[in-house]
Write a protein that binds this ligand. Structure first.
Ligand code: ATP
Length: 465
């Protein structure tokens, strides 16, 4: 079963046509780079979140989940420096008016330069040097860099003035920091403590694109892990290991994933170490899925100073008082999903190339539907429906009655359903159904009474420990 070379557009077209993702606001002509998840995408998302929560909350005894608000007091973003510094360096081509992020096009055309360590003046000098070409028209004259605020602004209440200005959060992390004291007080926990949050974040990106890789509205899964200063290396390594085992559970191909340690010049001044996990996307190449950062006492320190609240921790064992240090693993859910879909997609040739099928090889517990139930003939719909009702109590299941059985199997392969259950003319007599497995296409006869247990065992057997 040879695998054909994939390309990014082929995968994303498949995601759109099969119902994982829809164009945002499609009936109004769309909204640039906005995407909606369809039924398959929403199920896949639920399963990835579930796995993440099982791994990082249930699986790590120190961690608890919270669900803070998207709109916070704007003082939060002043304290963190987002109001002053959350900018991208924007340039326009003077000829065709295409708009770019200066650091991005410099990095693409002069990868030998360390853009993350460059000041705005240095970026400007490179942009004006005549050596950078507009990817759209090939000319080399750009406007000077302007700093572009990436936080979305809105207003609360009835008046639209400076006092009622608020921001949509550009990351979920700050909702965690500002609740650090609340969590300690109400859970009566001692350090180390991890607080996790899954939710939407918003960034007015200048150059969104590559499908759902870079959008203006996306979902993050973040952990802020608080501990005694000095234990930074230990917990950084702990989370590197845990993130690695989480990525293994996702089933991504090993050779397509890499950990990239940031160079000293790339690090924020308060950070001792940062590692990104990257995925080698078809056509697009390596892209960041998540980052793990040592953030020292930076965020709590800033909020303490800004709010005049005491955010120190009194160690009950040593009586020491300190601002805890933090390790932050920060995942982008949409990018993880895109990586999963690119990784899972395969056009598989069958019968020595005489036939082929599209298969999404999702890890079974992540696949949108775990099981599809189908009657062999329309005469068997009522009986097959009873089997469907039996399995959908425990699993995400789909009932499919249209087309030949072969076509229905192919349809399920193309959306990654790991098991198909066929109710046929023998089923009424022997009380069994045929179960077909997606990857091997092997079929076996299973008693209807044992079907839910069979699916349970199948999922367990295929789970990465
Ligand atoms: P990038 O350098 O790609 O802009 P970042 O380093 O700014 O990303 P972080 O602030 O570290 O990203 O956010 C953590 C995670 O959130 C990223 O690893 C990514 O998966 C996700 N993320 C960030 N920005 C976007 C976006 N515009 N669209 C989709 N996901 C995003």
């Amino acid at each position: 079963m040879a695998e054909k070379e994939k390309n990014f557009e082929e995968v994303t077209t498949h995601l759109i046509t099969s119902g994982f993702v829809y164009q945002g606001s499609e009936i109004y002509g769309g909204l640039s780079n906005s995407w909606d998840y369809g039924p398959l995408g929403a199920l896949l998302k639920n399963h990835v979140k579930d796995l993440w929560l099982r791994h990082f909350v249930r699986g790590i005894e120190y961690n608890v989940q919270i669900d803070p608000a998207i709109i916070m007091n704007p003082k939060v973003w002043m304290a963190t420096g987002h109001v002053a510094n959350f900018h991208d360096p924007l340039v326009d081509c003077k000829y065709c008016h295409s708009r770019y992020r200066a650091d991005q096009i410099i990095h693409e055309q002069k990868p030998e330069l360390d853009v993350d360590g460059m000041t705005q003046d240095q970026l400007n000098d490179v942009m004006q040097s005549g050596e950078i070409l507009c990817p759209s028209c090939g000319k080399h004259e750009f406007t000077p860099i302007r700093q572009f605020q990436m936080m979305f602004k809105t207003f609360i209440g009835v008046t639209e003035d400076k006092q009622s200005e608020v921001y949509l959060r550009p990351e979920t992390a700050q909702g965690i920091f500002i609740n650090f004291k609340n969590v300690l007080r109400t859970t009566r926990r001692k350090l180390p403590v991890g607080i996790v949050d899954i939710g939407k974040a918003f960034r007015n990106e200048i150059t969104p694109g590559n499908f759902t890789f870079r959008t203006r509205e996306f979902e993050q899964m973040e952990i802020e892990f608080f501990f005694k200063p000095g234990e930074d290396d230990k917990w950084f390594e702990f989370y590197k290991e845990n993130c690695k085992s989480f990525v293994e559970k996702l089933g991504l191909r090993e050779e397509k994933v890499r950990f990239r340690d940031h160079e000293p010049a790339e690090l924020a001044f308060y950070s001792k170490a940062t590692t990104d996990i990257e995925y080698d996307f078809p056509t697009m190449g390596w892209g960041e899925l998540m980052g793990i950062a040592c953030r020292s006492d930076y965020d709590l320190g800033r909020h303490m100073e800004s709010s005049s609240q005491d955010l120190t921790y009194l160690d009950p064992e040593t009586n020491e008082k300190y601002i805890p240090h933090v390790v932050e693993p920060s995942f982008g859910l949409d990018r993880l999903m895109l990586a999963l879909c690119c990784d899972a997609y395969e056009v598989e040739s069958l019968k020595d190339g005489a036939d082929s099928r599209i298969v999404m090889h999702f890890a079974p517990e992540l696949a949108p539907y775990t099981v599809a139930v189908m009657p062999l003939s329309n005469k068997l719909v009522d009986e097959a429906k009873k089997v469907f009702d039996q399995v959908r109590v425990d699993y995400d299941a789909i009932f499919d009655t249209t087309g030949s059985i072969g076509k229905r199997y192919r349809r399920e392969d193309a959306i990654g359903t790991p098991l198909c259950v066929c109710y046929d003319f023998d089923s009424a007599n022997d009380g069994c159904v045929t179960v077909r497995e997606r990857d091997s296409m092997a079929q076996e006869r299973i008693a209807i009474a044992d079907l839910n247990e069979y699916i349970h065992k199948f999922l367990k057997k295929n789970q990465v420990k």
